[in-house]
Design a protein around this ligand. Structure first.
Ligand SMILES: NC(=O)c1ccc[n+]([C@@H]2O[C@H](COP(=O)([O-])OP(=O)(O)OC[C@H]3O[C@@H](n4cnc5c(N)ncnc54)[C@H](O)[C@@H]3O)[C@@H](O)[C@H]2O)c1
Length: 304
């Protein structure tokens, strides 16, 4: 079964370089009309240029595909709205959004300026929020949409010097979890990709022979899996160097401590039961946790 996107319109943010460029080229090669978004700044988010996005559009066109470039800063909602409007004017729909644009401003938390924290949050979190908001009504009206958030192992597990980036990358998973619930009725599926790839974002972190194994194309195979017609929903797909894995959030069954006994000493004494992984489960929504604990409390309640 080959994965095709004929007749579909995709927006890929930050598609002038690295992973976004690879996603855009492969979507177009498989039939999608693509909006190649890129602000064209440096790795730290400074500056702007339309050259990178335009070069990707030329490459798509020379391969026989269709694409337009747009230089919206994803952190600016008016510019994002203009980008989506241009896609609608040209092609009349938006089926796929890959929130990929990103920057780095690494420093230990002790040395980090709040402005560097804010900018990273603006690009990754508000950038994903803005682009998703601008296509949300369109996808609801179409009863179809596929959205990919780009998260990171840095957010899910932590990385020294990346408190801003890690916080932002975890935030997009929170965004995904609720959008999945609100979009389900309209066949809008929202997934997340946790890549590891040799791009300008990582080029000074690893030796060239390692970077050569970490191809953007291996990550793109995962990205396209998450935005095809039969895509999963609420899936965190990790991809790099040809390795693919799934990250999932589980909650242990836990234990109940009665009202009279609720104290830090009792919680500490129950630690093994709290951590016992037998019976752990994924919860479909936050309300599921409240329900679980109330059920536990009612089951354990002593008759008066
Ligand atoms: N490369 C990795 O190993 C890795 C690991 C985890 C997560 N990621 C994530 O993958 C995504 C792509 O990263 P990459 O490695 O290809 O980096 P990259 O620097 O090669 O590409 C990012 C692109 O985003 C664009 N961009 C930045 N800010 C923008 C803005 N405000 N508006 C529009 N475009 C903007 C840049 O111009 C650039 O072309 C990012 O979200 C990154 O955080 C990458």
């Amino acid at each position: 079964m080959s994965v095709r996107f004929d007749g579909q319109v995709a927006i890929v943010t930050g598609a002038g370089n690295g992973l976004g460029k690879s996603h855009a080229l492969e979507l177009a090669a498989r039939g999608a009309k693509v909006v190649v978004n890129d602000l064209g700044g440096a790795r730290d988010g400074s500056g702007a240029s339309s050259e990178a996005a335009q070069a990707v559009v030329r490459e798509i066109e020379s391969n026989g595909g269709e694409a337009i470039a747009h230089g919206a800063n994803v952190a600016n909602y008016a510019e994002v709205e203009d980008m989506v409007q241009q896609a609608m004017n040209k092609w009349g729909r938006v089926d796929i959004l890959i929130n990929n644009a990103g920057i780095l401003r690494d420093k230990t938390f002790a040395k980090m300026e709040l402005a560097d924290f804010q900018l990273v949050m603006d690009v990754h979190v508000m950038g994903s929020v803005n682009c998703t908001k601008a296509v949300w009504e369109i996808m609801r009206a179409q009863n179809y949409g596929r959205i990919v958030m780009t998260t990171s192992s840095s957010g899910m597990y932590g990385n020294f010097g990346q408190s801003n980036y890690g916080a932002a990358k975890m935030a997009v998973l929170g965004l995904m979890n609720t959008l999945v619930l609100e979009g389900a009725k309209y066949d809008i599926r929202v997934n997340a990709l946790a890549p590891t790839a040799g791009t300008r974002m990582t080029e000074d972190l690893m030796p060239p022979e390692v970077l050569a194994m970490l191809t953007p194309e291996s990550v793109t195979a995962g990205a396209l899996t998450l935005c095809q017609k039969d895509a999963p929903n609420r899936f965190i797909l990790c991809a790099g160097a040809g390795g693919y894995a799934s990250t999932r959030l589980f909650e242990t069954a836990g234990t109940f401590i009665s009202t009279e006994e609720q104290s830090p000493e009792a919680v500490i004494a129950s630690w093994d039961k709290i951590c016992d992984q037998s019976g752990q489960a994924e919860l479909a929504s936050g309300a599921g946790q409240t329900e679980k604990f109330l059920t536990m409390a009612m089951t354990n309640a002593q008759p008066a």
